[in-house]
Design a protein around this ligand. Structure first.
Ligand SMILES: Nc1ncnc2c1ncn2[C@@H]1O[C@H](COP(=O)(O)OP(=O)(O)O)[C@@H](O)[C@H]1O
Ligand SMILES: [Mg+2]
Length: 396
């Protein structure tokens, strides 16, 4: 092979495998071979039975050659030399006028088989990889959607679970006023029975009826509180952090009293506003306080105490809820935010309270919630970034 041919070989070789896109890669090969080797026609056929080339240069001569599907071969038809190079995928056809270098050209083309095959494989591989990537992306999207739907379902479930806990609270809140009303009305009945006609003490009667009225107002007030709590808030609004704390405490007050649990609130969060769904923070606090109350049930502790602390730290609201109910066992600690995890078999725990709390804090308030054991009890910390009204509006 002389120098000139070496240069042609080099040029042809350099044109192979310059793109991962099959058609443009082969187009470069076809054109370079066509020009460098002075061919009459060069074509690439994507399949072994293709009649029309995928890419080609020059004018194909009407020649009837018998294809070999495996080996590179050269045939003479009329005044043309036809070289066919079967590839891993399809084949290439070269047509030349009679010339004295045809043997060299034939050898060179056959020698490039491996290299072209390799470049073709790379193109196919990349294409498959891209397809796989797309499929993977789709699959990830579908999975994320499934998870979101599952979460939604769990939130609905946990709402009905908390409804059960709330009914218990209502029952506790109502027990005392109903007993009072019962006692007052019994008293009145007794007075009516023992007194002679016209001898009834009107003043006493009036006072007792006023007492009954007061209790009834209280009952209706508590039922309104609970009803409002369960109203679905469709959109976010401004909520005072202190209000959320007060509300959760008010809802649980009676039960804490009946269980001799002291509650201490230390808050410097007075004027801090959050932009969120109205009852959600209350719900989270209620879940945590309820758990502390439950924890005391299984422990024999003298001075039962829950402390709620709220403060501002840099641009965050930090709420600490601490109890002295013995803390959470190490093997349980890492699982308590998982859905359906509960250690309350007898009490029919749902295991959804903390899971839902975490979703609310993470997703709706863009905050964090964590837990640790401190001084013979558990402490939950909620950290929520404070945003200006404008920042909040951007996030709607
Ligand atoms: N203050 C706490 N003290 C001890 N254990 C707690 C406390 N808070 C939560 N836990 C543990 O976390 C678990 C999960 O709580 P939660 O998600 O509210 O579900 P549930 O109250 O229905 O069991 C509880 O079963 C309990 O074992
Ligand atoms: Mg709970």
């Amino acid at each position: 092979m002389n120098d000139k041919y070496l240069a042609i070989s080099y040029e042809c070789l350099s044109s192979i495998g310059n793109s991962f896109e099959l058609e443009s890669m082969m187009a470069e090969v076809v054109i370079t071979f066509y020009q460098s080797t002075k061919a009459v026609f060069v074509g690439f056929y994507e399949s072994i039975d293709s009649i029309l080339p995928t890419v080609s240069a020059g004018k194909d001569e009407d020649n009837e050659i018998k294809m070999s599907y495996y080996e590179c071969f050269m045939a003479k038809s009329k005044n043309f030399y036809i070289i066919v190079l079967p590839l891993k995928m399809g084949y290439m056809k070269f047509v030349y006028n009679e010339n004295k270098h045809i043997e060299d050209t034939y050898n060179m083309i056959c020698n490039f088989k491996k290299k072209i095959n390799f470049a073709l494989s790379a193109c196919v591989g990349v294409k498959e990889l891209e397809k796989l990537n797309d499929e993977l992306e789709d699959r990830v999207k579908q999975s994320v959607e499934k998870i979101r739907e599952h979460e939604k379902m769990l939130i609905v479930q946990s709402k009905s679970a908390i409804m059960g806990e709330m009914l218990e609270m209502i029952a506790h809140q109502w027990r005392q006023p109903i007993t009072s009303i019962g006692m007052i009305s019994n008293n009145m009945l007794f007075n009516i029975i023992i007194s002679e006609e016209n001898e009834l003490d009107k003043e006493l009667f009036k006072n007792e009826l006023e007492d009954i009225n007061k209790q009834i107002k209280y009952l209706s007030h508590t039922i309104d509180d609970f009803r409002n709590f369960f109203k679905e808030s469709k959109s976010k609004e401004e909520v005072f952090v202190n209000d959320a704390i007060d509300k959760s405490v008010a809802l649980l007050k009676k039960q804490l009293e009946q269980n001799s649990i002291t509650l201490e609130i230390k808050s410097t969060c007075g004027e801090i506003l959050l932009y969120t769904y109205k009852n959600e923070l209350t719900q989270v606090l209620l879940n945590i306080l309820n758990n502390s109350k439950d924890a005391f049930d299984t422990q024999d502790i003298k001075d039962k105490k829950i402390t709620v602390e709220c403060m501002q730290e840099n641009q965050n609201i930090v709420i600490n809820l601490k109890d002295n109910a013995g803390g959470i066992k190490d093997d349980v600690l890492s699982k308590i935010f998982e859905p359906y995890f509960s250690t309350k078999k007898q009490k029919n725990g749902t295991g959804l309270g903390l899971y839902m709390s975490k979703i609310i804090i993470n997703r709706h308030l863009e905050g964090e919630i964590f837990v640790k054991n401190v001084d013979n009890g558990a402490m939950f910390t909620i950290k929520i970034p404070i945003k200006t009204k404008e920042e909040n509006k951007l996030n709607v």
